[in-house]
Write a protein that binds this ligand. Structure first.
Ligand SMILES: Nc1ncnc2c1ncn2[C@@H]1O[C@H](COP(=O)(O)OP(=O)(O)OP(=O)(O)O)[C@@H](O)[C@H]1O
Ligand SMILES: [Zn+2]
Length: 677
């Protein structure tokens, strides 16, 4: 279209015609924060740049991986290992010269992204892949009162949820199901499925050998409390202690390098630990006992696994998992049901017996023999470099988990898995479908328009679903859950120097005297930071301590909870003093007026999210509450791919990501629950 202002107008003519002149004109001044530059993020960035959103801040903590290139089309092979945010911004900037894109390579949970920073934006768009970051952005948007569009995809499924404080449900209004876990004893001493061995290698062995936290005591204490077998737990405690010696040995240089380090680890986990488990005869009455592996014999090709009574134990083995009342039960398909395996079959490992250990097929999809696994295990002891955790895209850690889980499977008579299968299961991979991401990114922009226009009645929760007759479903917005522990709270912000203000000073100042300055006046309150209790009406030890000494710093929240349950909780966001603030001026700037939380209707249901009444009283700062900016995120959540929504692990991934799935067609959900079909 040729127009008076030439090219620029030509570029925007369609957008202007569709959006109308008023909204279109507003877009160029709109400040948008896009969190995540992955599958959805790339599509969405392209959309908002071409539509003409004028000021875009794009934030992502990750670097580009080769495996992203099939769908994250703003990246090329030459960009691998570079910051996603930086490269995406550079590529997309060329699409529209009228748009400013400010990329940030960082974690959205970093302290500088505080309430004041969030307030800079007119709208926030989430294109994230994990529950934790989604929750965080949701809370920050509630605190800063900025509209948010939340989104997610899983294979062919997807959803978009517009969120606006007080008008619609927030991301946390509906409690998210907690991910399913396996009982500790199943993972640590009585595995019966390949996934048990993979979880053991990834989440137990790797952290024990190469992780920061070598203390597994907490997990065992918890397992004991849950009523798991006390004798087994005692043995596991001894095992954990012995790991300390192995860690030390691993970090001592050996003459022949990795192979003796590998032998030490092997000897402990596949031989001594199994021997000590075998000494508990009771454990093996109803299930097939494991076989200790022999490093030299496997190397020499003479090792044979003799599994007596395996076929019988296979049946019992499956049934026995039900003794863990809340554990995941074997579905039997992949478990010890293969127990009829002969001695000969185990002699050469899984593959050679089936004849598939050939050069046929892709390398990663090949079944691995016992010797293959041992070789892989030895070669991957290069992991001895101090701390490292599992990353499905890191060959070394994937090889280690493949080899270690397969060796354990062999010891327990469980079928092995190819490197590819282990990657899927340990990396929780769901096939990402570019078209679903593209559809969702389009829908996000449509909901963003409604929010910017304040057309709240037009807002919809939209689902992309696996229904050829109705691929999209749009549901009207529900009111916020009156018991939501996030959006029903009253948010406020203080600006302070955490090294100079005390907890007591902040709490008393925020409550005020109930006079003209606002506030509710002095009352009995408990104060939390996340799940940590910092004070309560009978315990004020921390009141004289500075916020900094309590590790309550920029970007965090103090939750002031009324003990009588009369008033809503006050969430006090911690911000920094302005740069021109004089050093001898007070170190605390209060909001004006002080927050006046509404009186609550008597609580009818427990708060769906924090703070928890069971929280720990802790007067010292807690290291693990620190949010470490990470240059490269190591993922630990998610699910395997199968293309089918019904696989248990895929369900787990969806649940972690905040989508809710039905167990079967007959299961009922409340009307206001987001349903993915
Ligand atoms: N806390 C966070 N801060 C900033 N960015 C985050 C945070 N958590 C996740 N992300 C980013 O969100 C994006 C989600 O994109 P996506 O789901 O496509 O994941 P991916 O890592 O690119 O792909 P895949 O998981 O399939 O390998 C990723 O680029 C990830 O780095
Ligand atoms: Zn809510």
């Amino acid at each position: 279209m040729s127009t008076a202002d030439g090219k620029v107008n030509g570029r925007s003519a369609h957008a202007r015609a569709i959006l109308g002149p008023e909204l279109y004109a507003r877009l160029s001044g709109t400040k948008v924060l896009l969190v995540g530059a992955g599958g959805i993020g790339c599509e969405l960035l392209k959309n908002i740049v071409l539509t003409g959103f004028g000021h875009i801040t794009l934030l992502d903590l990750d670097t580009i991986d080769l495996s992203n290139l099939n769908r994250q089309f703003l990246f090329r092979k030459k960009d691998v290992k570079q910051s996603k945010a930086m490269v995406a911004a550079r590529t997309a900037a060329a699409f529209n010269p009228n748009v400013k894109i400010a990329p940030i390579h960082g974690n959205i949970k970093e302290p500088q992204f505080d309430i004041a920073w969030f307030r800079n934006f007119d709208i926030v768009l989430n294109a994230l892949d994990n529950l934790d970051a989604r929750r965080h952005v949701n809370k920050m948007c509630m605190a800063a009162n900025v509209p948010l569009v939340e989104s997610g995809t899983a294979g062919y499924l997807g959803q978009v949820q517009p969120i606006i404080k007080d008008r619609a449900e927030c991301f946390d209004c509906i409690p998210k199901p907690t991910p399913k876990t396996f009982p500790v004893c199943t993972i640590r001493s009585t595995p019966s499925q390949p996934i048990h061995c993979i979880v053991w290698a990834k989440s137990y062995l790797m952290p024990q050998l190469f992780g920061e936290d070598e203390n597994a005591g907490g997990e065992l204490d918890e397992a004991e409390k849950q009523g798991e077998n006390a004798q087994e737990i005692a043995t596991l405690r001894k095992e954990a202690l012995a790991f300390k010696a192995v860690r030390a040995a691993l970090r001592t240089p050996h003459e022949d390098g990795s192979s003796s380090a590998a032998r030490i680890v092997f000897q402990k986990v596949f031989h001594s630990d199994i021997l000590s488990l075998l000494s508990m005869a009771d454990m093996w009455r109803s299930r097939a006992p494991p076989t200790p592996l022999d490093f030299d014999a496997i190397k020499a090709g003479t090792f044979a696994v003799e599994r007596k009574g395996q076929a019988e134990a296979a049946t019992n083995g499956n049934g026995s998992s039900s003794r863990h009342a809340n554990g995941a039960k074997s579905n039997g398909s992949d478990s010890q049901a293969s127990g009829s395996a002969s001695t000969e079959k185990m002699l050469n490992g899984v593959a050679s017996s089936t004849g598939s250990h050939s050069s046929a097929g892709l390398k990663d999809q090949r079944a691995l023999s016992l010797q293959d696994n041992l070789e892989l295990f030895v070669s991957r002891q290069v992991l001895c470099e101090d701390t490292i955790s599992f990353d499905k895209d890191d060959d070394d850690t994937l090889d280690f988990v493949t080899a270690a889980s397969n060796l354990r499977s062999i010891a327990y008579g469980i079928p092995g898995k190819s490197r590819w299968e282990v990657k899927e299961m340990a990396g929780n991979i769901i096939p990402a479908i570019a078209t679903t991401n593209a559809i969702i990114a389009g829908l996000i922009v449509l909901q963003a328009f409604h929010l910017l226009r304040k057309s709240y009645n037009a807002l919809r929760n939209v689902h992309v679903q696996f229904k050829p007759t109705m691929p999209l479903s749009a549901i009207g917005m529900s009111q916020p859950n009156p018991n939501c522990g996030v959006c029903r709270d009253t948010y406020t912000e203080i600006l302070c120097d955490p090294a100079r203000v005390t907890l007591g000073e902040v709490v008393h100042s925020i409550l005020g005297d109930g006079g003209e300055a606002g506030g509710t006046g002095k009352r009995d309150v408990s104060v939390y930071e996340d799940k940590r209790v910092l004070s309560d009406p009978d315990w004020d030890d921390n009141n004289e301590r500075t916020l900094e000494s309590l590790n309550v710093t920029r970007g965090k929240f103090l939750s002031i909870v009324d003990d009588e349950g009369e008033y809503a909780t006050i969430q006090v966001g911690i911000g920094v003093l302005p740069p021109n603030h004089l050093i001898d001026s007070p170190a605390l700037i209060l909001p004006s007026p002080l927050p006046s939380p509404p009186k609550k209707a008597k609580a009818v249901a427990p708060r769906p999210v924090t703070p928890q009444p069971t929280a720990v009283k802790r007067s010292a700062p807690d290291d693990d509450d620190d949010v470490e900016p990470a240059a490269k995120r190591v993922k630990t959540n998610g699910a395997m791919s199968s293309g089918l929504i019904t696989t248990p692990s895929k369900k787990r991934k969806l649940e972690e990501d905040g989508l809710i799935l039905l167990e079967d067609a007959t299961e009922k959900l409340d009307d206001d629950v987001i349903v993915i079909e």
